[in-house]
Design a binder for this molecule. Structure first.
Ligand code: CP
Ligand code: NVA
Length: 296
């Protein structure tokens, strides 16, 4: 590859992941001075759009926000044509897509750095922010047990990869058929750290320093909403769940959140919640990711 691409966390490896985390918290350098950054969104966003736009500005560049339907991946023209044309205008292309294969096809062109801003498979920018937040508030990842309750989705997958790569323990508490498959379990174990899994949410949070969750209904899964609310109904992070984690355990959520579904209002808005700090660290993480793909 001629360019650095941020597709997922696992493919970075631990030393590069640590390097990006270091860049994130370092003073921003003008690495995008006079350059463009295309931010393409096939799905809605608050945190990702705003943190990426402001990170581009802080690195001296100019962000160009574009809705997916305007450029029409494989509708108006092919992913490859879009990527090759935009590479002439921008120093980085970042995309939030329904299908991870779109990111992979952009990367395969290898004409400009590509950043995954969320796909069905992963959300690496979120995992960077999650690690920065946990290390700031709870200690080094290799000393932590990080619980995840709910759907083993894009956010969970990236978080698990990051925790494993950095030598921590990830404890998954997900319903049957919504947890990590045997194959996925083996893939995580090969990254390092350790992996626990239980369908019992109370068991999954035992010994946890941090309890994470996310929506039960990810963008694009709206047709399954009623079924999913039923399947996940026992996985709400409430006071009883938090009381079964370690004393002083923290709560985290990538947001948007749904009080009364995956988390109770008491926990989400309570003293153990790091959700606002976590959301703010999306900007910290975006600076690191953009700096790294620019060669820092
Ligand atoms: N957590 C996250 O990615 O939020 P947005 O969907 O608002 O970008
Ligand atoms: N799992 C969620 C994350 C949103 C930031 C989704 O994909 O919609």
């Amino acid at each position: 590859m001629n360019h650095r691409h941020l597709v997922d966390i696992a493919s970075l490896g631990a030393p590069t992941l640590r390097h990006i985390l270091g860049l994130s918290t370092a003073t921003p350098q003008p690495l995008l001075d006079g350059k463009g950054a295309a931010l393409i969104f096939e799905k809605p966003s608050n945190r990702t759009r705003h943190s990426m736009e402001m990170a581009v500005v802080q690195l001296g560049g100019h962000p160009v926000y574009t809705r997916g339907e305007e450029i029409g991946f494989d509708v108006r023209e092919t992913v490859e044509d879009i990527t090759k044309i935009m590479a002439g205008y921008h120093a980085v292309l970042a995309a939030r897509v329904f299908s991870h294969s779109v990111i992979e096809r952009m990367v395969a062109c290898d004409v400009v750095p590509v950043v995954n801003m969320l796909s069905d498979a992963s959300h690496p920018l979120q995992a960077l922010a999650d690690i920065i937040t946990m290390e700031e508030h709870c200690g080094p990842i290799n000393t932590l047990t990080v619980a995840w309750l709910g759907d083993y989705n894009n956010v969970a997958r990236s978080l698990a990869e990051a925790v494993c790569l950095l030598g921590g323990t990830i404890s998954l508490g997900c319903p049957e058929d919504y947890n990590a498959s045997q194959e996925e379990w083996a893939r995580l174990m090969a990254l390092g750290g350790s992996v626990r899994q239980s369908t019992d949410p109370m068991k999954a949070v035992e010994g946890a320093h941090v309890v994470h969750t996310d929506t039960w209904i990810s963008m694009g899964q709206e047709a399954e909403a009623a079924e999913r609310r039923e399947i996940f109904s026992q996985y709400c992070v409430n006071d009883a769940v938090m009381a079964n984690a370690l004393p002083g355990a923290k709560f985290m959520h990538c947001m948007p959140a749904h009080r009364g579904e995956e988390v109770s209002a008491e926990v989400f808005d309570g003293a153990s919640s790091l959700v606002i700090e976590q959301g703010h660290h999306r900007l910290t993480a975006a600076r690191g990711a953009l700096s790294w793909v620019q060669g820092a």
